[in-house]
Ligand binder design. Sequence first.
Ligand code: MCN
Length: 765
Amino acid sequence: MSILGTRVLRTEDPGFLTTGAVYTEDVQDERLAGACYVHFVRSTVAHARIVNIDTSAAADAEGVVAVYTGKDLADAGIGSLRPMPNMNQQMQQPLLATDVVRYVGEPVAAVVTEEMYQGEDAIELVDVDYDILPAVATMHQALSGERGLLFPDAGTNVAVKFGDESASDPDLFDGCEVVVSEVIQNQRVAPAPMESRSGAAAWGDDGRLTAWIPNQGAQGTKGAITGMLGLDRDQVRIITPDVGGAFGAKFGADAEHGVICWVAKQLGRPARWSETRNENLLGMPHGRGQEQKVTIGGTRDGTVLAYRLEVLQDCGAYLKAGAFLPMLTRMMAPGPYDIPRAEAFTTSVVTNTTPVGAYRGAGRPEAAAAIDRAMDLFAYAAGVDPAEVRRKNLLPKFTEPHKTAFGAVYDSGDYAAALDKVLAAAGYDELRAEQARRRTAADTLQLGIGLSSYVEITGPGGEAGGPNENGTVEVYPDGTATILTGTSPHGQGHQTAWAMLVSDELGIPIEKITVKWGDTDLVPRGGGTGGSRSLQLGGAAVQQASRELLDVARERAAASLEASLSDLVFDSGTSAFTIKGDPDVSVPLTSLAESERLFVHTVFTAPGPTFPFGSHVAVVEVDTETGKVFLRRMVTIDDAGTVMNPLLAEGQRHGGIAQGAAQAFLEEVVYDDDGNALTATFADYPFASATELPSFELVDMETPTSYNPLGAKGIGEAGSIGATPAVQNAVIDAVSHLGVTHIDMPTSPQRVWRAINAANGSKEA
Ligand code: MCN
């Protein structure tokens, strides 16, 4: 009987919970013996010319080995980080600021000390003389140019645009009886993984660099480091220790990682670095950061005819993934809805703030938030129930790929079924009745019900021939097996999942299977873990490798048993080949590895990305006197095709829903008008804990994809995509009878209270 689809417990957890994980900071390795420690002097101002950096006092301080500035790197021929090809190429980031600093937290100098603790004091002694420039603190200041340009040579603060605004249809909303428009803030949030950024670097006598860096894909990290330091690929080995969460923010490598590798080379001595939480909140790329103008129109019966999305994306000071993500927002603009006329345009601008990168969902939660807020705005304006409006406008069920006007090819979907199921599970009609009762009674605690229906893209990839991933399976005579994978788990449970796949095919017990990843000498190629790609590509590769391994083994079994191939049967229960009709004659799989290695390395290629979908219902209570929001229920369907291990998938949904909901009502990175970061500690940046969240009610639904033999789509980001608009819509719904039509995220007590007071009972029930 297949173990796929069963709730196999996570095999990685006993280790994590007992002996503990080995994070980069914990790595004990003889190559790192005698390591020095790197600390970074970071800009305290958002925008300034560097007049002078006086490192003399720091250089004389106790334990200081060396102090480096951007000039040292430039003198050594280390260039700047180049933006992606289609972006403004003038907007380059030096590893350490040279002439200008562009955000609070930007690395300006590196102080190297004998002991870790000495660095904290020594960085205080570096005296940077700044000539303050006007800070471009907001996207609108960037667009207008009123506070100048971050990169004067570029002649603009615009990094890239997607969609041709000049082709916008002036008649898009013709024939619409109801047209609504709103400007929506999809605010900046911090990924805030438990393990902040760190790294360790050592150069061997052979001139090779080994770097331990927490990452989401060692191969991509290797590409980033070789690019920064101008090294050949075979000069670098990246090792990935345990990773304490990443959420999209640990793909590749940051400037600091490049610096520590360079420092280790300069000093001929290993170097280590670990940042503080304060540095993490300032330095690790933030997520989201969009201003969205939505315009939606249709007929009074609730049929949507036209939708326009205009996005302003905050890139922060330098061009990380954030500059590019609006491309995905644009691609997913209409979501699961069948909108006859839709257009979307995006503009990414640089500001004097921390760079924006990928954060769980990366571009898709922004699209889902915009269209699902727009659907509610339209529903309230048309006077039609939001559930009814969604039902009316969802794409009908399809099993053959469906191409949208934005070029996305949705593989399979049944969006209305997801909505109906989740509404039934939530008891939607009863909730509306309870809401009406509280409104009539003018209760202080009003009930809000918010919906979202989303579709997202997972496993994307522009590789020729389709998105792909490699996998290697080797079986040993002692009955064990090893898997090498190009994915790189950091909480998702691939050790369990990949072992399940091999065990299912080969009959080797899960506990005898080792899964290895994250060492570029061991696994030279791989796409890592992001975009919820791992199971549908990496898992599929591991399954394919197991099947191909069985083919190799079958040949050997045929020779060993002197039987023809067609007479052989593999019994995964006993992990042995037998002869049809003669079950007493058998040869165990593992014994076929005795005379010759038994392994297969393979690449699985999918026809395209897959498109998971779902519907969320959020139920909130809002205190109309204080504006405080209480999230009471989250009922969700997150359909990721065939689920391989419900325990793993549910864990992913819980984490994603928590993060998505937290964006709606709690989290926000805030800057003041001078570009000072006001949320640089956990005292100021609130992230959700179990205290603020109810236990989520997960409803099952599986619509398999034909794009891989597992029928699986991605689940890793689904929760964070559906939850945000559902919770935001619920908060607004709770006070909509008072005349409130929109409240920006996070729906803090102050914002909600102000919205209620601004509406001032303009639509008193
Ligand atoms: N799975 C399943 N059935 C499916 C789909 C997935 O059983 N139909 C299982 C898989 O076997 C895997 C897990 O669910 O164990 C997630 O698989 P998948 O959806 O393929 O996503 P990835 O493994 O590629 O994870 C990436 C995704 C992303 S992009 C972010 S961001 C994210 C996330 O995963 N960051 C995380 N989840 C995280 N979880 C933790 N704990 N920490 C992070 O930083």
